[in-house]
Design a protein around this ligand. Structure first.
Ligand code: NAP
Length: 269
């Protein structure tokens, strides 16, 4: 079991902490998170997991075998100077959007092993999609620990660092796009007479089912779409409307815009 320290105890840290407990990789008592005093919601959530919270980062850095940098990107430059030279043996896993390995390594004591990870919030329910890239001081063992931690909360793959911004735009921002699609599908159902609770339930289950079909059958999504689209049927009538409204372009544009925003954050960091 690992002693995990969360520098920043917000939404993503909570999702990961719950996942690590659920899969037995750590225990609430073995995790420590720093939260700001006014962030009572996060403090309460960690308390429910039996984890302590502190108002400063130094005790978290002292506590963890593995440290997870989970503050907002703009807060990262305030936190990194708190690492002292003697902390340079601890693995730092950064989940901060858009902050490169080079800028993290530059701001940390020389020799600190760093791994840059991009998770997403479905980690909370064991369905995360995570990638990671290792820094110049990270060993195979550090990569193994990272893979173990994040595989426990879903899919986890090592990638070259230049994949991380597009992965952020696709998989980390992606749940927000899908929530909008679920909401819209349910609204469509409601418009056509379905009660709201069943409309949301069916929309969510349909997204889950379609995603599982693509992931587990290895059949191309276009083939799966063709398989449910009969001549003169109702699905092709719906598809025609989606094409007229530019669904594919809208989603491609969203991933492009989110990637460019990640790059912008990185260049400002
Ligand atoms: N949410 C996602 O889906 C997602 C996915 C992938 C990666 N990420 C990355 O994960 C990181 C955290 O995102 P999040 O969504 O979890 O944001 P969040 O909920 O706002 O969490 C950040 C936490 O850090 C706290 N904090 C602020 N200043 C601090 C300081 N000086 N020391 C310690 N803690 C401090 C914040 O407290 P206050 O709220 O009181 O300011 C907040 O609780 C970000 O870098 C983001 O890019 C998020």
């Amino acid at each position: 079991m690992l002693k995990v320290g969360f520098l920043g105890g917000g939404k993503m840290a909570q999702a990961l902490a719950k996942g690590f407990i659920r899969t037995g990789l750590s225990k609430g008592e073995m995790m420590l998170a720093s939260c700001l005093p006014n962030d009572t919601g996060s403090i309460e959530t960690f308390k429910e997991m039996k984890s302590n919270t502190v108002f400063t980062n130094a005790p978290v850095i002292d506590h963890g075998d593995v440290l997870i940098l989970s503050v907002k990107p703009q807060v990262v430059p305030k936190v990194l100077p708190e690492f002292k030279i003697q902390d340079n043996k601890k693995l730092l896993i950064s989940i901060a959007m858009g902050i490169s390995l080079a800028s993290l390594e530059k701001a940390l004591p020389k020799g600190t092993p760093v791994i840059r990870v991009m998770p997403n919030t479905p980690a909370l329910v064991g369905c995360g999609a995570t990638v990671f890239a290792r820094g110049k001081n990270a060993s195979d063992k550090d990569a193994e620990i990272t893979e173990k931690l994040f595989s426990a909360v879903g899919l986890c793959e090592e990638v070259p660092e230049n994949f991380i911004d597009p992965v952020t735009a696709l998989a980390s921002s992606g749940p927000a796009y899908i929530y909008m699609i679920i909401e819209a599908m349910a609204d469509g159902g409601v418009k056509m007479g379905l009660p709201r609770p069943i409309a949301y339930k069916l929309a969510a289950q349909t997204v889950l089912g379609a995603g599982t079909m693509v992931r587990d059958t290895n059949i191309h999504p276009a083939q799966l779409k063709d398989d449910v689209t009969s001549p003169a049927g109702c699905t092709i009538a719906g598809i025609h409307q989606l094409e007229k409204c530019g669904l594919r372009s809208a989603i491609i544009n969203a991933v492009e815009a989110a990637t460019l925003r990640c790059r912008e954050v990185n260049s400002q960091a």
